[in-house]
Design a protein around this ligand. Sequence first.
Ligand code: FEO
Length: 168
Amino acid sequence: MLSENLTGKLNKQINHESTSVVLYLQMSAWCASKGYDGCAEFFRLQADEEKQHMEKLFGYVLETGGLPMLGAIAAPPSSWASLRDIFQATLEHEQTVSKEISVLVETALDEKDFSTFNFLQWYVSEQHEEEHQLHSLLDRVDMITAEGHGNFTIDREISRLTQTNHRQ
Ligand code: FEO
């Protein structure tokens, strides 16, 4: 049985994950509107993953006797200065999510709620993976830029990496 405190915090995380869905869909729209179809696909798939993160929490709260609450979601930004800027913003967003997950893990431990602590380990690994992936993408973007190539090459490379990752 979830405590009221943890139920509230898990519900906040449901809201944060929903915020990520909306943010990544908006990023996908911005990329598509600029003709960066590879990056648009990358962000659309990211949004799909965030929806799964949200639904996993939703299911856990329900099956643990709590009531999932879907709060209001603020409108995301709708434009970015460059492809590098959008990936930097994504990394910073995921770093914020990692901190939110850490607070949840800490709360579960404080309350000796080991079931929730165990459930949250999946999110800890997922955040590690997402931050690692974004650092690698930014390194790749910087390398391509340093070689004197532009956004067209970056978009093609992100498309190639997205297809490789989703084939695994
Ligand atoms: Fe669900 Fe990318 O954090």
